[in-house]
Design a protein around this ligand. Structure first.
Ligand code: PAF
Length: 262
């Protein structure tokens, strides 16, 4: 641990303003539980070293609480990586998500997962407030799955002001099927994915893995990336199923046995 790392460990990055919003919070591996205190998230290089790749797996300076310079710092942290592989999630992870992480590990030189419950994609009568938030357990699972970096911004950090600019996906893609029943859903998804891509990839190349289970979402994101000419490859991860055949999904936890059987 270098003196600089030591200084950053467990506290606010020196020199960063104490006021204003933080864009992002960065969480690593086995000390990630600390992030539940809402303040400081720091992890040492010990969580990495899982592969010969460059970048965070070789050990990288620690990040502490990330303030307005967060985006720059995240980009800096990922700079040694030539092709990050990214799995965006809303947390409450199950083995379907972890399979996406396993996929991602084969596709990039550093594996990043995000955990962010995105208000923009919830309708007024949907379960935003009650959506399960299990950040500490999620981080443990991600670490065990070999994820190198967890990016878990707070709502204030990702949406420091009301998100006036949004992505409007083409209606023929976004207003049918699930989008028909959930007006604005794919706009909310596209908007947050665009922001997360910006945080993780900057303007550089990379790969993002999305579950095939959410097929319409996959199509919307593919079209967005293509139309905005983003140098990001979108890879579909195969659907993981429970023994009874139902696709693994956080919300399937809401179903009763009868509903599952139906
Ligand atoms: O599929 C999900 O979990 C979400 O829609 C995503 C892609 C993380 C955006 O919030």
């Amino acid at each position: 641990v270098s003196p600089q790392q030591q200084r950053l460990r467990g506290d606010v990055i020196p020199g960063l303003p104490q006021r204003g919003f933080a864009l992002a919070r960065v969480v690593f591996g086995d000390r990630a539980k600390r992030q539940t205190d809402g303040r400081v998230v720091v992890q040492g290089v010990a969580a990495f070293g899982q592969g010969p790749q460059h970048g965070p797996r070789q050990g990288h300076p620690l990040l502490g609480r990330v303030r307005p310079e967060a985006h720059r710092q995240l980009r800096q942290h990922l700079r040694p990586a030539q092709c990050p592989a990214f799995v965006p999630t809303m947390g409450n992870l199950h083995s379907g998500h972890l399979a996406l992480v396993q996929n991602a590990r084969r596709l990039g030189d550093v594996t990043v997962a995000s955990i962010f419950v995105n208000r923009l994609q919830f309708g007024p009568n949907e379960d935003f407030d009650t959506y399960p938030r299990t950040l500490a357990a999620d981080c443990d699972q991600l670490k065990a799955a070999g994820c190198d970096l967890v990016f878990a911004p707070s709502e204030k950090e990702l949406y420091p002001e009301p998100q006036g600019f949004t992505v409007q996906p083409p209606t023929e893609l976004a207003n049918i099927l699930e989008g028909h029943f959930r007006p604005g859903f794919f706009s909310g998804v596209s908007t947050v994915v665009l922001k997360l891509f910006h945080c993780v990839f900057g303007s550089g190349p990379g790969t993002a893995v999305f579950g095939q289970k959410d097929y319409q979402q996959l199509m919307v994101i593919r079209r967005m990336v293509s139309q905005f000419a983003m140098p990001i490859q979108i890879v579909a991860g195969p659907t993981q199923r429970a023994p009874d055949g139902l696709a693994l999904s956080s919300r399937n936890g809401y179903l009763s046995e009868t509903e599952r059987a139906e």
